[in-house]
Ligand binder design. Structure first.
Ligand code: CTP
Length: 396
């Protein structure tokens, strides 16, 4: 978790420097202690007072006044940091770092720190595409610095292309990922998430209230912990998590095809999707018009994807979910056995704070030996961590 971490933010002289104000707020919201170093050019774009106010700490500007004013050497800043994030990183600072130069406070600290360094480039497209800059970034990456891809789109200089500062939530996620132990490295985790849509004409479908939040949390946390993650998702309004292989699908049949195609590569499968059990038997080509009376739809069974995977489980770990409104444990146990799972995560739809739509969940994790781990109300990200801990124990 980022909570409690010391983030040292280096702000350099590009127009995106103004975004550092919001980045500080995001780090603070995540529970970090933030200190800021600005280069001289950065102060042309945003004032130290703004960043000082937001970070709640003095902003460090140059080597020599620092020692005089705050009685803290650059080495102390370098040592205190859990991570040095340079956002925005200009071509100039990237060049200096790649050359091992230390002619100001930021580049000196970058050489002095043993903390991981995350470089978030932001510059004009032509500069970003320049072979010198590309080579400098490549060199920094090879030497163990973490280099993010810039975003693409309209730039301050009115040109279009690569060079925008990466989105701030993505910078936060990258920092989080860098600081997370890679205890699932080498695992290939297939996660399904969200609802499915079962259409009966071109404008209407049957679906359910699943938001996808639990499955997306699993994908994000598994990726942070070093797993290669494939996320097969029904339609949701959630942003696509960074760094995962994302496969959007709509109906249960599409989800089943997508899962089966990728099953053989997976070492762990977690099926958190709320798959519709039934689909309309027919799909009209044109919008169904009202004709006075009631409309009768005939539904047919969708394949049970999880049960199908259970039949060809082989050595992989298989985890399912059970959404119940009554007899939670008995029903979940039955699904665990009939679908040939290693674990089933059961939640009671009647409990407030559990189930669809919420950011929290209250679950029980059942295993094949009859064990029941009852977790209290938790954030879905935390629940995801606990489920992955159990999967990891089974791998051993
Ligand atoms: N599941 C699936 N394919 C389906 C239905 C469910 O893969 N057609 C998976 C879900 O992703 C979940 C588990 O099976 O991991 C249990 O889903 P749930 O809806 O709780 O139960 P069902 O098996 O559909 O049984 P019922 O609707 O009778 O409770």
């Amino acid at each position: 978790m980022l909570n409690g971490k010391h983030v040292l933010l280096g702000v350099t002289g590009g127009i995106a420097a103004y975004k550092s104000a919001e980045l500080i707020r995001l780090f603070i919201k995540a529970g970090c202690h933030v200190k800021v170093i600005m280069t001289k050019h950065a102060t042309e774009f945003i004032t130290p007072l703004t960043l000082q106010t937001l970070s709640g700490n003095p902003v460090f500007l140059d080597m020599f006044s620092l020692i005089k004013d705050h009685d803290i050497a650059h080495i102390a800043l370098a040592e205190e940091a859990d991570i040095l994030v340079i956002a925005p990183a200009t071509a100039n600072v990237i060049g200096k770092m790649a050359g091992g130069l230390a002619d100001d406070l930021l580049t000196t600290v970058a050489l002095a720190t043993k903390a991981p360094i995350l470089i978030c480039p932001a510059m004009n497209t032509n500069m970003y595409e320049n072979v010198m800059v590309r080579e400098n970034l490549r060199k920094l990456a090879v030497l163990g610095r973490h280099v993010m891809m810039p975003g693409t789109g309209e730039l301050a200089c009115k040109s279009e292309g690569w060079g925008r500062l990466p989105d701030l939530p993505d910078i936060l996620e990258e920092a989080q990922s860098i600081l997370t132990e890679k205890d699932l490295a080498g695992e290939r985790i297939l996660v399904t998430a969200g609802p499915t849509r079962e259409p009966f004409d071109p404008v209407r479908f049957i679906t359910n209230y699943s938001s996808g939040k639990m499955g997306y949390a699993l994908a994000v946390v598994a990726r942070r912990r070093g797993a290669a993650v494939t996320l097969i998702s029904g339609p949701t309004s959630l942003p696509v998590p960074a760094g995962v292989d994302f496969i959007p699908v709509s109906s249960a049949l599409e989800m089943r095809d997508a899962v089966m195609k990728r099953l053989k590569d997976a070492t762990i499968v977690i099926k958190s999707a709320a798959v519709a059990d039934f689909r309309p038997s027919t799909q009209a080509d044109a919008k169904i018009k009202k004709k006075g009376g009631a409309l009768t739809l005939t539904l047919e069974r969708n394949p049970d994807i999880l049960a199908e995977i259970g039949k060809q489980k082989k050595g992989r770990i298989l985890i399912g979910f059970a959404m119940e409104s009554e007899d939670l444990v008995e029903n979940a146990k039955a699904k665990l056995l009939t679908k040939n799972l290693d674990l089933i995560v059961a939640n009671d739809l009647k409990q407030s704070g559990a189930g669809f739509q919420t950011d929290t969940n209250i679950v029980k994790i059942l295993d094949r030996q009859g064990g029941i781990e009852a977790l209290p109300l938790m954030e879905k990200m935390e629940v995801a961590g606990r489920i992955l801990d159990r999967a990891k124990r089974l791998l051993k």
